[in-house]
Design a protein around this ligand. Structure first.
Ligand SMILES: [Zn+2]
Length: 487
C-alpha cells in the first residue's frame, strides 16, 4: 500500500473514499442518522468519490488509541466494500493537531492492511492500494511527506516481523529465517550466521542444549548496523557504542521433554516473535539510517523432544561459564537468551534490550494490553515506557529484586531455570536473565512480549496473527532520543 501527501485543490477528486472523523454530537450532514459515537460509521456513496463518516466518541475523552482503532476499522470496512483508495484531509480534522492525527491515521490504516495467507488461491479480500493525506499548504505537505516516509519504512519492518512470526514451524525453520536475514545484508547492515559448530566453539552450551531435540540445525544471527560517521549523533555520551537488541527465536516450541498440552500448541510457531522483531528492526534500519550503531542477536532453534533432547535435571554450561540445572525443558527461552545476553558483552554496548515471548505468567499478570518490562536502569526503562505510550505498544514495569533469587537456587548448579512453586513467573524470567549479563552496569531492559506478540483473532481493526510488537516501539524510542536523521 502506497502512502503519499498532496496539496488540496490541485488534483481532480480521485475515485475512492474520503474518511472524516466526528466527535459525539457532530454530523456529516444535518439529516444524517449519525451521532459521532465511538465505533459508529456511516458510508455515504457518491458518483465520483465516496465519503465515510467515522465517530470518535466524546471530544474530552479523545486519545490516540481511539483514533488508531477507528482508523483501522474504517480501513477494514472500506477494503471489504472494494474501495481501493482513501483520502484524509487535514483541513477536516476536528482538533488542532492535524499533522499528528494524519500520522496516526496513516500508520493505523497502513498496518491494518497487512495480509498473511498460505492458501493456493489469492485471497478475495484485497487490501487498500493507496492513501493520500490532503494538506493545506506545500509546507505541510513537506512535513507530512517525510512523516509518511518514516511510517512506511517502520511499517515494512513490522510487516516483515509479522511474516516471520506467522510462518508455521515447518516453513519458518532456523535455516529459513537465517536465509531471509542474509538478504538484508548490504550497505550499512552486515549479517553473520553462526552455525552449530561455531556456537560449539564459542561455548554456547545453554543455547545448544535447547537445539539438541530437533533435527533442524540451529542458527545464531548477528546483525551489525554502523551509521556513516558523519551522521552519528555527536551529543550521545556513549557515541560509537551500539545498542544491542536480542530476540528470542524459538521457531517452534513444543516444550521439549517437559512437553506442553496439545491444546493451542500450534500457536507456538509465534515463539520466534522476539527474533522476528529484531530482523524487522534491521530491515527498517536500511531505510531509516539511525544515527547510532546497532547490533542484533537472534538465537534460532526449535524446542522438540527428540532422542537427543535435553532432559529435566540435566545441567548445562552456559557461555558465561555459569552452570544451569534445566528443571523444565519448556523454560528454554531463558537458556538461549542467557548465551545471547552474555555474547552481547563483546560489543561493549551502550544498552542491551531483549525481546522475548518468555513466560505464560506474563499474560496472567498483564493480559494482552501491556507487555512487561524489567530493567536494571530507571532511565532506560522510562524511555522505553514513554515510547510505548506514544506508539501504543505499552509496557508496564515489574521489579527485579534479589529477594527473588532464592526461588531459582539450584542444589547442584549455579542456578535452575524455573522457580520452586508458581511464584512470580515473569519476574523470575528477568531475574534469571540478569545473571547472564556480561556487565551488570550496562543498562539493560527485558521485554516479555508473551501475551502481546500475537492475537489469533485480531481486533480493533488489526489483522489476526502476529502483531510485530517491538519494531514500532524501538523506532519511537530512537526518534525520541534524536537518533533518527531528518528525512
Ligand atoms: Zn517453552
Amino acid at each position: 500500500m502506497r502512502l503519499f501527501a498532496e496539496v488540496g485543490g490541485r488534483r481532480p477528486p480521485r475515485k475512492g473514499c474520503s474518511i472524516r472523523f466526528f466527535f459525539e454530537g457532530q454530523k456529516p450532514t444535518p439529516a444524517a442518522d449519525f451521532h459521532g459515537k465511538s465505533g459508529e460509521r456511516l458510508f455515504l456513496p457518491g458518483d465520483d468519490a465516496h465519503r465515510l463518516a467515522v465517530g470518535l466518541g466524546p471530544k474530552d475523552k479523545f486519545e490516540r488509541d481511539g483514533l488508531r482503532k477507528a482508523s483501522a476499522e474504517a480501513a477494514q470496512e472500506l477494503a471489504g466494500r472494494g474501495v481501493r483508495h482513501v483520502t484524509f484531509e487535514t483541513d477536516a480534522w476536528p482538533l488542532p493537531d492535524a499533522e499528528e492525527a494524519a500520522g496516526i491515521f496513516a500508520e493505523s490504516v497502513r498496518l491494518s492492511q497487512y495480509r498473511f495467507s498460505l492458501r493456493s488461491e489469492a485471497p478475495k479480500d484485497k487490501p487498500l492500494e493507496s492513501l493520500a493525506i490532503v494538506c493545506r499548504s506545500a509546507a505541510e505537505r513537506g512535513r507530512i511527506g517525510s512523516l509518511l516516509h518514516y511510517i512506511e519504512a517502520v511499517a515494512d519492518g513490522v510487516d516483515l516481523a509479522r511474516d516471520l512470526s506467522n510462518l508455521p514451524g515447518n516453513m519458518g525453520s532456523p535455516a529459513e529465517l537465517a536465509r531471509r536475514a542474509r538478504k538484508l545484508s548490504g550497505g550499512a547492515v552486515r549479517v553473520q550466521v553462526l552455525d552449530r559448530r561455531a556456537c560449539e566453539r564459542l561455548g554456547m552450551g545453554a543455547f545448544l542444549a535447547v537445539a539438541r531435540g530437533s533435527h533442524e540445525p540451529p542458527a545464531f544471527l548477528v546483525f551489525q548496523y554502523n551509521p556513516k560517521s558523519k551522521t552519528q549523533n555527536p551529543k550521545s555520551p556513549t557515541a560509537g557504542r551500539p545498542i544491542v537488541l536480542v530476540g528470542k527465536g524459538v521457531t517452534f516450541d513444543s516444550g521439549g521433554i517437559s512437553i506442553k498440552p496439545s491444546d493451542k500448541m500450534e500457536e507456538m510457531k509465534h515463539d520466534k516473535s522476539g527474533a522476528a522483531a529484531v530482523i524487522g528492526i534491521f530491515s527498517a534500519a536500511r531505510t531509516l539510517q539511525p544515527r547510532v550503531p546497532l547490533v542484533g542477536l537472534a538465537p534460532l532453534t526449535e524446542n522438540l523432544p527428540g532422542g537427543a533432547a535435553t532432559r529435566p535435571g540435566d545441567v548445562v554450561r552456559s557461555l558465561s561459564g555459569k552452570t544451569i540445572e534445566v528443571k523444565n525443558t519448556d523454560a528454554e527461552g531463558r537458556l538461549i537468551l542467557a548465551d545471547a545476553l552474555f555474547y552481547a558483552g563483546r560489543f561493549r554496548p551502550e544498552a542491551v534490550i531483549d525481546m522475548a515471548t518468555l513466560t505464560g505468567a506474563c499474560s496472567i499478570a498483564l493480559g494482552d494490553v501491556y507487555a512487561a518490562i524489567l530493567s536494571n536502569n530507571d532511565a532506560l526503562a522510562q524511555s522505553l515506557q514513554e515510547a510505548g505510550e506514544t506508539c501504543g505498544e505499552r509496557l508496564w514495569r515489574l521489579p527485579l529484586h534479589d529477594g527473588y533469587d532464592r526461588l531459582i537456587k539450584s542444589s547442584v548448579a549455579d542456578v535452575q531455570n524455573i522457580p520452586e512453586g508458581r511464584l512470580a513467573g515473569t519476574i523470575i524470567g528477568g531475574m534469571f536473565l540478569k545473571k547472564f549479563l556480561a556487565d551488570e552496569h550496562v543498562p539493560w531492559a527485558h521485554l516479555d512480549i508473551a501475551a502481546t506478540a500475537w492475537d489469533t483473532r485480531g481486533r480493533d481493526g488489526r489483522p489476526p496473527g502476529a502483531t510485530g510488537i517491538g519494531v514500532r516501539l524501538f523506532y519511537e524510542f530512537l526518534r525520541a532520543r534524536g537518533d533518527l536523521p531528518k528525512m
